[in-house]
Design a binder for this molecule. Structure first.
Ligand code: DGY
Length: 320
C-alpha cells in the first residue's frame, strides 16, 4: 500500500522525523536551502502534504505552485501568521497546527521572561560578565516583586490561561482583555476588561498572548504604552510584529517601562539590534516551545492529524 507523501520544510528532532517516517513517505530537509525550495520539492516528491515551521512563509504564490494532488499543510507551531489562509482555503487545502502541544512550555517561557524582567536579570548578568560584581550590596539596582502586582493578560486563550494559572502562584492579581469574556470557570477569578486601554491602565505587568491579526499588529505602540503606569513591565511570547520597536525601545530608555522580557521579534531573526543595548531588556531567541517534551508532543499531534486527514477523518486541530 502506498503511503501518503510528505515534504518537511526543515530538520525536526530525530524522534519526530522517525515518527513521521514510520507513517508517511517523507522527504526531509537535508540542506540549508531546502526550506526555500518547498514548491520544487513538493513537485519532485509528488507530495500529498507539506510540513512547515513558523519561519516558512507559505504565501499565495507558493500555494499556487504546490502540486495539484496536495491536500494538507501542517505547521509545526501554534502560530499561523506565516500561512496565507485565504489562498489555502481558496485551493481547498486543509491546514492543521499544534495549539495544544505548545501551551505549557510557552506559558513557562512567559513566566521565565516575567520573572527575569521584574528582577532585572539582564542588568545583573551584564554586571557579572563585565567583572563589576564587588560583593553583596544593600544598595544599587533593585528589581521589583511580581507578588501583589496586577498582571494584564492580552488574549486569554489556552496559553493566556496557563500563564494566569502559574502567575497566581507568584501572588499576581490576574486581569485580562479578550474579544469575549470567558466563563466564570475559565476566568478563575480573573478580572475582565472590555478594552486594551482599560486593561493597560489597571496593569503593572502585561503579557501578550494574541495571534497577529490586523487588530493586534502594532498594538504595543506609543499610545498603548502611555496607558500603562510608570515602571510597568512587558512580556511578549506571542509575535514580534505586535510591537512597534521604536516605541518600546523609547519606553525602555525613558523608564516608562522598567523592563521587558521578549521571546519574539519583528523580522526575526533580524531583530532590532538596539534591544541589545538595553540592560532592562531580557531577550530570548524565540524558544517558547523549545523543550524536548514539547517538540515531541508537537510531532505526535501533527502526525496524528495528518493521518486523520489522509484517512478522510476530521483532524483535531484545524485552522482551515
Ligand atoms: C509557535 O509555535 O507558534 C510559537 O511561537 C513557538 O514559540
Amino acid at each position: 500500500m502506498t503511503r501518503p507523501r510528505l515534504v518537511v520544510s526543515r530538520p525536526l528532532p530525530e524522534s519526530v522525523e522517525n515518527r513521521l517516517a514510520a507513517a508517511f513517505d517523507c522527504a526531509f530537509a537535508r540542506s540549508p536551502d531546502d526550506a526555500g525550495r518547498l514548491a520544487e520539492r513538493a513537485e519532485t516528491h509528488r507530495a500529498d502534504g507539506l510540513v512547515v515551521c513558523l519561519n516558512d512563509p507559505v504565501t499565495a504564490d507558493l500555494i499556487a505552485r504546490l502540486p495539484a494532488g496536495l491536500k494538507v499543510i501542517a505547521t509545526y507551531s501554534v502560530g499561523f501568521n506565516h500561512i496565507d489562509l485565504e489562498a489555502a482555503r481558496a485551493r481547498g487545502l486543509t491546514v492543521i497546527y499544534t495549539p495544544e502541544a505548545v501551551t505549557e512550555a510557552t506559558a513557562d517561557c512567559a513566566i521565565l521572561l516575567l520573572l527575569a524582567a521584574c528582577r532585572q536579570a539582564h542588568a545583573f548578568q551584564l554586571q557579572m560578565q563585565a567583572g563589576e560584581w564587588r560583593g553583596w550590596s544593600g544598595t544599587g539596582l533593585l528589581g521589583g516583586d511580581p507578588g501583589g502586582k496586577r498582571l494584564g493578560i492580552v488574549g486569554m486563550g489556552r496559553i493566556g490561561r496557563a500563564v494566569a494559572h502559574r502567575a497566581r502562584a507568584f501572588g499576581l492579581d490576574i486581569h485580562y482583555f479578550a474579544r469575549h469574556r470567558l466563563s466564570a470557570a475559565q476566568e478563575a477569578g480573573a478580572t475582565y476588561h472590555a478594552s486594551l486601554e482599560s486593561l493597560f491602565r489597571a496593569s503593572h505587568i502585561v503579557s501578550l498572548h494574541t495571534p497577529t491579526t490586523a487588530e493586534t499588529r502594532g498594538m504595543i505602540n506609543r499610545t498603548s504604552l502611555s496607558w500603562l503606569p510608570d515602571g510597568a513591565v512587558l512580556v511578549n511570547t506571542a509575535r514580534g510584529d505586535q510591537v512597534v520597536d521604536d516605541d518600546l525601545i523609547a519606553a525602555l530608555h525613558s523608564g516608562k517601562l522598567a523592563a521587558a522580557g521578549l521571546d519574539v521579534f519583528a523580522g526575526e531573526p533580524d531583530f532590532d539590534r538596539r534591544y541589545l543595548d538595553l540592560p532592562n531588556a531580557f531577550l530570548l531567541p524565540h524558544i517558547g516551545t523549545s523543550t524536548i517534551e514539547t517538540r515531541e508532543l508537537m510531532g505526535e499531534h501533527l502526525a496524528g492529524d495528518l493521518a486523520s486527514v489522509f484517512a478522510g477523518q476530521p483532524p483535531r486541530w484545524r485552522i482551515a
